[in-house]
Design a protein around this ligand. Structure first.
Ligand code: AMP
Ligand code: MG
Length: 421
């Protein structure tokens, strides 16, 4: 594992007082390493887990050539373009119950979807296109081509070839794919353990009565929810008051228990508290000012073996810095293949003021218009404490570092919050 100084020395123009969002991502990708331990889990438990090794198909799927339709199987070489083909049905092939005979020229076999193609037959006429008169089947000219409506052995997955690559985060389709190979268990990386706590003397825990100048802790709940979505094991450490002994104990416990520690609050410039001092005392920690909005201050480093993400306190800044930086870093720690988050391009419904030289994340509402185009407008108040803006939004409009003002109708990038799968 590299020290922060070693990573910083590798990066061009590293300036902790003015880091671009891209530079933060790059720094973090050097800071974190994937967990090594693996475990075997059942397919029903595999959702969201990260595949530890390439999964080589033990079988071909489908295991045989089979019919894609209910209809009649025959040898397509007999088809003519100038006249119908008349065949005699001599048997039935059912899914799971193959027809064992041999069809001669002029013969066909009634076949159901998924049934093994009888030997020598390569084409299926769907039953709705055939004219049936007893066992006499008439296939009109030019309705099917030789080879139509037959699924080939191994067309989905081929025996001996990798069906899934290590680093795959298993989604619903991948879970089904694992099962389609006949595998009941799958080897995945162990879950990443992430401890988190909120700091600040003004932060109330649920159950405490309101008091003047104090706000209820929301960050622990958004962080908990985002970590849960990612598939991490969470260690909730509550709100830690601004006292050196309490902070020291909390950091020590978090470092002992977890692969990563997420805190919120107490990292702003000129913050009159002990959080930053304690991070510095206990670990190898850098304090950054990031050229972004919201979410300028952030502390990053290591305490013991754990990676520390010291996020700002403002509730929107917590979510934005988590999505922009912490999430990709945690995915790498989970052993997942990390690809750049795909953005959607939408046309801005309004003008947006934007200064080049920092990345801005605006809360956006994307809609699909009647003409099929994607439009995005911002939610109202974009203040970094306005958590309701994140609830109204369905994505973050990402105004990139070099970008300037946006005019109505300009295309902008949006990081969507949720997909259907
Ligand atoms: P800080 O970064 O500690 O200066 O906090 C910035 C702002 O975020 C202040 O208004 C805090 O009250 C608020 N804040 C800090 N932590 C939390 C939290 N856990 N939940 C809600 N608001 C918070
Ligand atoms: Mg504070």
């Amino acid at each position: 594992m590299k020290t922060l100084a070693q990573i910083a020395a590798q990066l061009q123009g590293y300036d902790p007082q003015a880091l671009s969002a891209d530079a933060v991502g790059e720094f973090l990708s050097h800071l974190v390493v994937p967990v090594r331990e693996t475990e075997s889990v059942g397919v029903f438990e595999a959702l969201g887990r990260v595949l530890a090794n390439d999964l080589v198909s033990p079988i071909s799927v489908p295991p045989h050539d089979n019919s894609a339709m209910d209809g009649y199987a025959f040898d397509g070489a007999q088809l003519r373009t100038d006249r119908p083909l008349v065949l005699e049905a001599v048997g039935t092939a059912l899914a799971g119950k193959a027809w064992q005979g041999t069809a001669a020229a002029g013969q066909c076999v009634k076949i159901m979807t998924g049934a093994i193609m009888p030997a020598g037959l390569d084409t299926v006429i769907p039953q709705e296109f055939a004219t049936v008169d007893g066992t006499r089947i008439t296939i009109p000219a030019n309705v099917v081509q030789p080879g139509d409506n037959r699924r080939h052995k191994g067309e989905d997955l081929h025996e001996g070839r990798p069906a899934l690559l290590q680093g795959e985060r298993l989604g619903p389709a991948a879970c089904g794919l694992v099962a389609s190979l006949g595998l009941a268990q799958v080897e995945v990386r162990r879950r990443l353990k992430v401890a988190y706590f909120s700091t600040g003397d003004e932060i109330l825990s649920l159950g405490e009565p309101p008091r003047e100048g104090a706000v209820y802790d929301s960050n622990r709940y958004t962080v908990h929810a985002m970590l849960t979505r990612l598939g991490c094991e969470v260690v909730d450490m509550g709100v830690v008051r601004d006292e050196p002994a309490l902070l020291e104990a909390a950091f020590a416990e978090a470092a002992r228990k977890a692969d990563a520690i997420i805190t919120s609050g107490g990292v702003s410039v000129g913050e009159a508290d002990y959080t930053k001092a304690m991070m510095k005392k206990l670990g190898d920690v850098a304090f950054w000012r990031i050229a972004m909005r919201p979410g300028r201050p952030m502390a990053v480093g290591r305490i013991g073996e754990s990676v520390l993400f010291g996020l700002p306190g403002n509730p929107v800044a917590v979510m934005v810095t988590f999505l922009a930086f912490v999430r990709p870093a945690l995915l790498k720690m989970m052993g997942a293949r990390v690809t750049a988050t795909p953005y959607l391009r939408a046309l801005s419904g309004e003008a947006m003021r934007k200064k080049p030289g920092r990345t801005e994340y605006q809360r956006g509402i994307v809609t699909r218009e009647a003409d099929g185009s994607l439009r995005v407008r911002t939610t109202g108040n974009q203040g970094s404490g306005v958590l309701s803006s994140m609830v109204q939004a369905n994505g973050l409009i990402v105004l990139h570092h070099a970008q300037g003002n946006v005019a109505p109708g300009d295309a902008v990038d949006v990081m969507m919050f949720e997909g259907p799968l």
